[in-house]
Design a protein around this ligand. Sequence first.
Ligand code: UDX
Length: 433
Amino acid sequence: MKIAMIGSGYVGLVSGACFADFGHDVVCVDKDASKIERLLDGVMPIYEPGLDELVARNVQAGRLRFTTELAEGVAGADAIFIAVGTPSRRGDGHADLTYVHAAAKEIGEALTGYAVVVTKSTVPVGTGDEVERIIREAAPQAQFGVVSNPEFLREGAAIDDFKRPDRIVIGSEDDRATEVMRQVYRPLYLNAAPILVTRRRTAELIKYAGNAFLATKITFINEIADLCEKVGADVKDVSRGIGLDNRIGSKFLHAGPGYGGSCFPKDTLALLKTSQDYDAPQRIVEAVVAVNDTRKRAMGRKIIAAMGGDVRGKTVAVLGLTFKPNTDDMRDSPAIAVIQTLQDAGATVKAYDPEGVEQAKKVLDNVDYCDGPYSAIEGADALAIVTEWDEFRALDLARVKSLLASPVLVDLRNIYIPDEVRAAGFDYTSIGR
Ligand code: UDX
């Protein structure tokens, strides 16, 4: 199959490279000439484990190409994926569809024969109808189908998630388009991934409902963690105790500083906007958004409390800045609010992150960025672990203690065992234990 991928960001690049790896002929398109130039040189625009090798292998095999010319990718393509960004619109939180609509218009102008146009970007319900209308307007005679095919991959595990998805969702209004999509995904469902074909609007909603549900699960356990602290229970055991019930499931029940990233914050807000527009309030999701927003600064205050309540003139070492490990993504990372809260209270912050420092510098001022965990810890009055990178899981505690001015350890990801760290002489604070 010939596939065009419009937008070579996280989803577009990973999906394009994986489709190529399955033997399809893929052209990735992006308007950003410098991004395409770097990709042609083998330089990835994002940090994602295994991606550079996957891209190199498929470029070499001639199955994966990059271009800034949309028409070049669209010519002769069986399936044209729209994987451009849908950021939160400034001011009202609606998904900004400018890039999706612009791509649809250009695709319409470039269509050469029957093709299926696939929205892979996370788009509000009804966007497929609008994409269809725009293409029809640009190309009144063209033959095409428009389907919704949401992507569920996670950053940091993107390639594996794409290749071994829990399910593939295809929202389609006609059989011809559905059949093309079945061919596109043939290698994956041969891998036993169930394929769910629904109407287009249903598929669009599945993505938002899924992300909102996961955000709810996280937020639920975070509030239970707060209760655990008050009543003297252990949230890790509560998570395990409820997660072993198959109806609940054990995943996404890790209490922490609140969810961040490029999807949950943006998609929950967009779902709320849609629910208002259609007069079907989503009160649970409203509460989730509000609880998660206030939690991030509350985590900063938790560190301040662990340090005795006054941090003026004191230094905090922060380990982990990205919204989760194995990414360089700082978007809506809890570390931002945590650090700002510490700074607002008069503390100085030293920080280390294995991949996130470059992005962190764009959003956080006056932070002393260090080149390793121990140099960040040296001389600090407390250590706060904000993101659970593997390299923070087995720190040399004796060394940490000797480097800290006072042995205060705040573990916002529960990666240490309380008894062990206390036995090592730390004043240890974690979440919900
Ligand atoms: C998410 C969805 O998982 C994915 O299906 C969708 O396509 C995009 O959004 P991603 O944002 O990459 O993926 O990260 P994810 O691993 O889901 O984590 C999101 C946030 O939730 C992180 O800040 C993470 O630290 C937090 N989280 C996750 C918790 O606090 N506790 C958990 O148990 C799980």
